[in-house]
Design a protein around this ligand. Structure first.
Ligand code: PLP
Length: 406
């Protein structure tokens, strides 16, 4: 292991502070990770030195901003192992990327009576856009279930996929269960039946090595704010031949090639899907988040986070009444749990007062909560900057609270 976690933590100065007079233990990176210093510095540098609107070529600063913005498209292409830069569309986040595909893919390829398969463990962002599209097109949502360990029952795809199935929407890593889904296998199965696949990579991109060509994903989406980058930036990767057949999602400046009052012709990829002034600062700063991730060996990041996961799981299982939701072997650094007889909101609030930042609630995944019949849960999630000592602090706090609240 060559990852130097003490060194890495210096890149996230926000972590080195006290809240309520207790050392901060940040265990909510699945909701949003903290931002690397290089990302913050880039935002500042852009605003102090060369900010201008992009793609207008109007002056020196606009040119420089345009060059940097487009260089991040190349960086993103390399990060994902995509075939071409035209396949990288900048959005404001995973949610917008999925809405874009649901709308435009729906317009191009989905007809009344068609079916979209959505896994039971999806975040609401990968459910609701498909429902809206299905309602508009007269299509139907079909659910791919998971078992009580949080394993997606992919063998059921054989019966669920029919001649009417157009697309499967599935998370690479589930935000509640932490399950790492066998997306390569799912995609291969889907493609045999002529079905396209959208992979929601929001919880995978900063934890696993992703290669969209190796996966053969048709669409792969994620958000920068979960990968040490800025808010308000997301990526849609889509295969060129599909994106070319899909109509624009939003319209306005930048996405056109020529406009008259009689007729508008659209710009080429990727600009066809990037209407209006984008998040210039965010995208340029996102480039630093990619560089940061690329400076870490992803295999080592995954191994280290797995060590945190195993250590925390083992310690948590020693606590009486512990219920962990998602116990698959192939699991990322996310633990969703409850403790029998204790309300998750009480526990979450009191953990916060002890300096431990966790997520409580339904985790934007009502179907997962319903599967386990839980009104709400607590989630801890790990990133490369977390330490075994922080897990000890969390466990110690948890034990104290359980003794107090039981
Ligand atoms: N998909 C998954 C798996 C997520 O975990 C999240 C956010 O938590 C989203 C989608 C939505 O991401 P965003 O809010 O950045 O659009």
């Amino acid at each position: 292991m060559t990852l130097d976690i003490a060194r890495i933590r210096k890149d996230f100065p926000i972590l080195d502070q006290q809240v309520y007079n207790k050392p901060l233990v940040y265990l909510d990176s699945a909701a949003s990770s903290q931002k690397a210093l290089s990302v913050l510095k880039k935002e500042e540098q852009l605003h102090l030195e060369y900010y201008g609107n992009i793609h207008r070529g109007a002056h020196f600063m606009a040119d420089q901003a345009t060059n940097d913005f487009e260089a991040v498209r190349d960086l993103t292409k390399d990060l994902l192992g995509a075939n071409s830069r035209e396949e990288i569309i900048f959005t404001k986040g995973t949610t917008e990327s999925i809405n874009l595909v649901a709308f435009s893919f729906g317009e191009a390829f989905v007809n009344a009576g068609d079916e979209i398969i959505v896994s039971e463990m999806e975040h609401h962002a990968n459910i609701v856009p498909w429902q809206l599209m299905a309602a508009r097109k007269g299509a139907k949502i079909v659910v791919l279930p998971f078992d009580d360990h949080g394993r997606l029952e992919i063998e059921k795809l054989d019966e669920l996929m029919t001649s009417k199935t157009k697309l499967i929407a599935v998370a690479h890593v589930a935000n509640t269960l932490g399950t790492i889904n066998p997306v390569k296998q799912i995609i291969a199965k889907a493609h045999q039946a002529g079905v396209k696949v959208l992979v929601d990579g929001a919880q995978a991109i900063s934890h696993l090595k992703v290669d969209v060509q190796d996966l053969d994903a048709d669409f792969y989406v994620f958000s920068a704010h979960k990968m040490y980058g800025p808010n308000g930036v997301g990526v849609l990767y889509g295969k060129k031949e599909l994106l070319n057949q899909m109509p624009p999602y939003q319209s306005g400046g930048e996405m056109i090639s020529e406009v008259t009052f009689q007729k508008t012709s659209f710009n080429e990829l990727p600009y066809k899907f990037e209407a209006g002034t984008p998040n210039i600062t965010g995208v340029i700063a996102f480039g630093e988040a990619i560089r940061y991730l690329q400076s870490l060996a992803m295999d080592e990041v995954a191994a280290y986070e797995h060590q945190l996961l195993e250590y925390a799981t083992q310690k948590m299982n020693e606590i009486p009444g512990m219920l962990i939701f998602g116990t698959q072997k192939e699991k990322s650094g996310v633990i969703t749990f409850n403790i029998e007889g204790i309300h998750p909101f009480d526990l979450g609030t009191m953990l916060d007062k002890m300096g431990i930042a966790v997520r409580t609630g339904r985790l934007c995944a009502d179907p997962v909560m319903d599967h386990f019949q839980q009104p709400a849960t607590i989630r801890v999630s790990f990133a490369v900057y977390n330490t075994l000592e922080e897990i000890d602090q969390f466990i110690e706090a948890l034990k104290k609270l359980v003794a107090m609240l039981s």
